[in-house]
Structures are given as structure tokens and as C-alpha cells.
Ligand binder design. Structure first.
Ligand code: 3AM
Length: 182
């Protein structure tokens, strides 16, 4: 059987934003909440999943091509809150305001890298900060935190990431970065 590799496309975050988001996630102290390690924080654009190692070069070419089509853009933090559904949350995320450039870049990567039709529901720009443990009761009544002052994320590059599943956390590593130069 061909060797496979688990991949996704995401924007890396600056260290200052990662530290800020980690401090925000620290506010949710609960035995069922497992915080994402600071080095794993990222803004997902498209999850590829397991593919044969031989497909990596094509994926990198497509990502590089896409990065040349899009100009850098800025996302504004809306809230730190339970997600993705308020009534049945599975995680804590930093949700950014919807932005056309994010939706178009995410949708273009999805169409270019999958045989699937694009999702009918637009993906929300977010950074996952913590996940709920499946072996503990679901926490309720978690607070929503709004930033005191504007917090922004300059998306000026995207990257192909490798994901190695593990416990308690997966290990993510950036294989290649691509500046947005469109
Ligand atoms: O950035 P977030 O946390 O939203 O949840 C996984 C993470 O997204 C998601 O891909 C990102 C990097 O692992 N992911 C993992 N498995 C997935 C799957 N089977 C998935 N997204 C969709 N389908």
C-alpha cells in the first residue's frame, strides 16, 4: 500500500497573536476542556486529509499557484466563544468576522484540491483554541469574550501543514510557506 501523509492548508499566526489567544483560552478553566498547544494554533483554510505521499508535490504546486492569485487581507477578531454551534459546542474558538477574501481563498483551495463540490455552507474564519474531552460531561454556560480593543490577523501567507495524530494532541508542522502576492 502507498505511504500516505495527513495534510491541511492553513495560515500561520504571528507569535503575538498566538500568545494573546492562549491567554484568552486560559480563561476557560474546566476539567473537560483541553487547550490546544500554542505551537499548534493556525487558521484552517482547507483540510486535505490522508493522501499518498506522491501527491504532495502537486498539492504544493496548486497551493503556490493559489497564493499568487490572492492579495494579503486582514481579519478582525469577533469573539472568543464555544463553537462551532452555540447550542452543542465541541470546542472553544476565536471567531473572526466573515471576509470575502477568506471565503474565496478557502473555496478556491477546496475546489482545486478536491473532487468534491464546494461546501454549501461557508466556512467560518476561526482559530481553534481548545477542544472538549469526549470522556467528560459537556461543559455548559461558558462565557463569550469580546476583545476590549480591535484584534486583527494579517493573512499574508498560507502554508501546507503536516498533521501527525497523537495523544493528547496531534503534532503539526509546516512543510512549506507561500506568501500571498496576488
Ligand atoms: O483548525 P481547526 O481546528 O478547525 O479540526 C481539524 C483542524 O481544524 C480539521 O483540520 C484542522 C487541522 O487538523 N480536521 C481534522 N480532521 C478533519 C476532517 N476529517 C478536519 N476537518 C474536516 N474533516
Amino acid at each position: 500500500m502507498a505511504h500516505t501523509t495527513r495534510l491541511f492548508i492553513a495560515a500561520p499566526l504571528p507569535d503575538t497573536l498566538k500568545q494573546y489567544l492562549t491567554e484568552q483560552a486560559n480563561r476557560y478553566r474546566h476539567e473537560a476542556i483541553r487547550q490546544v498547544p500554542v505551537d499548534n494554533l493556525h487558521l484552517t483554510l482547507y483540510f486535505i486529509g490522508n493522501v499518498p505521499v506522491g501527491e504532495l508535490a502537486t498539492i504544493q504546486d496548486v497551493t503556490a499557484h493559489m497564493a499568487r492569485q490572492f492579495a494579503p487581507f486582514t481579519l478582525q477578531l469577533e469573539a472568543i466563544e464555544p463553537g462551532p454551534k452555540p447550542r452543542s459546542p465541541r470546542l472553544i474558538w476565536a471567531r473572526f468576522k466573515n471576509h470575502d477574501a477568506f471565503a474565496q481563498l478557502s473555496s478556491s483551495l477546496t475546489q482545486a484540491l478536491s473532487d468534491q463540490p464546494p461546501l454549501s455552507r461557508e466556512p467560518k474564519p476561526h482559530v481553534t483554541l481548545a477542544r472538549f474531552r469526549k470522556d467528560r460531561p459537556v461543559p455548559h454556560d461558558l462565557e463569550i469574550h469580546y476583545p476590549d480593543a480591535p484584534v486583527t490577523l494579517e493573512v499574508n501567507e498560507i502554508a501546507v501543514w503536516h498533521s501527525e495524530l497523537g495523544s493528547p494532541h496531534p503534532r503539526y508542522s509546516i512543510l512549506q510557506r507561500y506568501p500571498l502576492t496576488g
